[in-house]
Design a protein around this ligand. Structure first.
Ligand SMILES: Cc1cc2nc3c(=O)[nH]c(=O)nc-3n(C[C@H](O)[C@H](O)[C@H](O)COP(=O)(O)OP(=O)(O)OC[C@H]3O[C@@H](n4cnc5c(N)ncnc54)[C@H](O)[C@@H]3O)c2cc1C
Ligand code: FES
Length: 280
């Protein structure tokens, strides 16, 4: 993994400028989510966990009654597998609106338009610390490829329901699972699992992705215990490569464009208000 500390001076990702097309090779339903896999034959083969792609279907994107979706949508990649013909990229998505609905309708051999990989992903854990991966809902997506890269990382996941919790099966080993309704695992918030883990051994680096309230709770917990944390944030992204300024977020270093300087930021760079306003 790349080692630099988060900061506006950190080298930014240079993505191929052109949008390209990847052929969908598989679509799998996992409870409340879909996993879409597509073969990217002309893009970089080595995206970093936490980086994202701007996705759209090549056909039937826009042009509906209200012309939505119009802009491509941002997705963290969940897995990347090098193949002879390119890299097979998998995305985990939850249908919540016109863009995710349309992407969820893609089937084998359909054409997925993409730009990426974009942004700066997760960095190395702090030396001597154990990695703790904390995901809420669809925030599990970038933790899948991160788990593959880190040896023996503990994984803590929180979901709304049993249908959402099926995504836990995508992880290797035995992730700890919490659900809001107690239908799977512990009836708790994932941050309660995190607090219990840190009680046992505070020598961790936390990697988290999830909804804003969860990220804020992770930030506060880690700050209180002086545990380093890297948070994968969201903000509305229209371009994904620095042109529109739609994704700016305040940090202790001033405003940054999340698509260029994130989406993963060190928790100690964040203003509390930022975390409350970002996320799924
Ligand atoms: C870096 C990044 C990585 C992402 N990775 C994934 C992923 O792996 N899987 C996945 O399913 N989704 C991911 N998302 C979220 C995804 O981009 C949005 O859910 C998607 O754009 C919604 O599009 P839509 O047309 O379906 O719904 P819309 O109609 O555009 O949105 C539906 C609702 O969600 C809200 N919303 C949409 N996008 C955001 C956002 N970025 N922040 C806060 N609220 C928002 C809207 O205000 C609206 O209320 C990611 C977003 C970012 C910025
Ligand atoms: S999404 Fe356009 S500048 Fe970040």
């Amino acid at each position: 993994m790349s080692e630099p500390r988060a900061g506006v001076t950190e080298p930014r990702t240079l993505a191929p400028p052109a949008r390209r097309v990847a052929l969908v090779s598989g679509v799998e339903r996992i409870g409340a989510y879909s996993v879409i896999t597509a073969l990217d034959s002309s893009g970089p083969h080595d995206p970093r966990p936490g980086q994202f792609y701007m996705l759209a279907s090549e056909d039937c994107w826009g042009g509906s009654a209200d012309e939505r979706p119009y802009l491509p949508r941002a997705f963290s990649y969940a897995r990347a597998r090098a193949e002879d013909e390119g890299v097979a990229l998998s995305f985990l998505l939850e249908a919540i609106g016109p863009g995710t609905d349309r992407l969820g309708q893609l089937g084998p051999d359909d054409r997925l338009a993409l730009v990426g990989p974009l942004g700066i992903g997760f960095r190395e854990p702090t030396e001597g610390s154990r990695p703790l991966l904390v995901g809420g809902g669809i925030g599990a997506a970038p933790l899948l490829c991160l788990q593959e890269e880190l040896d023996e990382a503990a994984v803590l996941l929180g979901f709304r329901s049993a249908a959402h919790a099926q995504a836990a099966a995508l992880f290797s080993g035995e992730p700890q699972v919490a659900t809001d309704d107690g239908s799977v695992g512990t009836q708790a918030l994932v941050t309660e699992l995190l607090a219990a883990e840190l009680d046992v051994d505070p020598g961790a680096t936390v990697f988290a992705c999830g909804p804003p309230a969860m990220l804020e709770a992770v930030r506060a917990l880690c700050a209180e215990r002086d545990v380093p944390a890297q948070l994968a944030l969201e903000s509305g992204m229209a371009c994904g490569f620095g042109a529109c300024f739609g994704c700016v977020v305040p940090t202790t270093d001033g405003y940054v464009r999340l698509c260029l300087d994130g989406p993963v930021l060190d928790a100690d760079r964040l203003e509390t208000a930022l975390v409350a306003g970002a996320g799924h």
